[in-house]
Design a protein around this ligand. Structure first.
Ligand SMILES: [Zn+2]
Length: 412
């Protein structure tokens, strides 16, 4: 794979960093160039270094089994780190990925950051994002080590595919107001990276690549980024955007930190459950068709989040989720949940200590839902597809259809 010298080009109301990508063998559906688009106001911040497209595409090169040749300036530290990065992913997915060589003509450390450089976090509106922002902005909890200045909202990640433009515009506007309230600079970014990865790499491996690629594209104004961890320390395996791999995608002047790996999702939900910005804006849904504030409330992530909040006793405070949590919801939740993934233990422990009246309901949900879940797990693939297909099967960016077993692995 050849990643050509990145260039900066205008693209409608945005400004785009793009690099031509050539592969040895033809690949159907492969775009000619990888791009990241930013608002015009950040034109001065764009980098023409190869660090961004390289970090974004390394897993794609591994899936193709092609060495990478970088024509732009690349960070020596990043090149070293990416070989370690490859070792982790290869260890996880030896059937799917190969270790590849990375060669750069021009190995140059990036210049020191601008005076105004700050840290960015990625924000999708979900539990992990709100938890990280809350922990970093709340005065008593504030992390002076990584003062947050920016929030990146990305379209073109598994979290919000490029095809859903109206949803992106709607959310970008809504979250811009929120960012203003939180005193963060808001940067919506779009990328076509998923088109390179579609049908080649499971989405749970490709969670940090678009985020880090987007941040490295404006590395002159960033000292680093904080990625809300989608995984816990003890459950890091086979998924990116967890505590294991993110820190490796660093250069001499840009570091990546994962935040929140020590907390269960239930603990995170509890932490943000009384926080107004989360109560008014939480978005956990797997459905992108609807251009409203509401989550669908019935996909696996919606059900899990509603159940969390129901147990905590805060569901009615969340304006983007339906309440109350009815008997039907309880059965649906039971049929979706994975026993042994700690969720049920958290609920039972919490209810035992604080809300004993909920115990029969939780047990009933588990007892009635589990046979339904097992039936779904062991049913033929065509049934799984119809159950799990959360978006258009013809959409080439949709990797979910290829991975019907693990919708819960989505980072949000
Ligand atoms: Zn949903």
């Amino acid at each position: 794979m050849i990643i050509h010298q990145p260039e900066i080009v205008p693209a409608g109301s945005e400004v785009r960093m793009q690099a031509r990508v050539e592969t040895r063998a033809p690949n159907p559906g492969f775009p000619d160039s990888i791009w990241f688009s930013y608002p015009q106001a950040y034109a001065h911040a764009l980098s023409t270094r190869a660090d961004s497209p390289l970090a974004a595409l390394v897993l794609v090169a591994m899936a193709l089994g092609e060495d990478v040749e970088c024509r732009g300036e690349a960070s020596p530290r990043l090149i070293y780190n990416l070989s370690e990065y490859q070792r982790v992913f290869y260890h996880w997915q030896p059937q799917l990925l190969q270790k590849v060589g990375i060669h750069a003509e021009n190995l140059t450390p990036p210049p020191a950051n601008q005076f105004s450089a700050g840290y960015a976090t990625t924000f999708s509106g979900g539990v992990n994002s709100f938890f990280t922002i809350q922990q970093m902005l709340t005065p008593s909890l504030k992390s002076p080590q990584w003062p947050l200045k920016y929030a990146l909202f990305l379209q073109g990640s598994p979290d919000l595919p490029l095809a859903y433009q109206r949803k992106f515009e709607y959310l970008a506007e809504r979250y811009a107001t929120l960012a203003q309230e939180l005193n963060l600079e808001w940067i919506p970014v779009r990328t076509n990276l998923m088109r390179f990865a579609a049908n080649r790499i499971p989405f749970n491996l490709l969670l940090e690549a678009p985020l880090v690629g987007a941040a490295l594209g404006i590395s002159p104004i960033l000292a680093g980024m904080v990625i809300p961890s989608g995984r816990m320390y003890e459950r890091y395996k086979d998924a990116a955007a967890g505590p294991m791999t993110t820190y490796l995608v660093a250069t001499e002047s840009f570091e990546v930190i994962t935040h929140g790996g020590a907390f269960t999702r239930f603990a995170k939900t509890q932490a943000i459950s009384d926080w107004k910005p989360a109560q008014n804006n939480l978005r956990v849904c797997l459905d992108w068709h609807d251009d409203t504030d509401m989550n669908c409330c019935y996909c696996s992530k919606c059900l899990r989040t509603r159940m969390d909040l129901n147990v905590i006793g805060r569901l009615e405070k969340f304006t983007t989720l339906k309440s109350p949590f009815k008997f039907k919801d309880l059965i649906l939740w039971g049929s979706q949940m994975e026993i042994g993934f700690r969720g049920e233990k958290d609920y039972l422990e919490y209810a035992w200590k604080q809300r004993k009246e909920l115990l029969p309901g939780i047990l009933l949900g588990i007892l009635v839902g589990t046979p339904l879940r097992l039936a779904r797990k062991y049913s033929p693939n065509w049934i799984k597809k119809s159950v799990f297909c959360v978006t258009d099967e013809n959409d080439p960016e949709n990797t979910f259809v290829q991975n019907p077993d693990i919708p819960e692995n989505l980072a949000e």
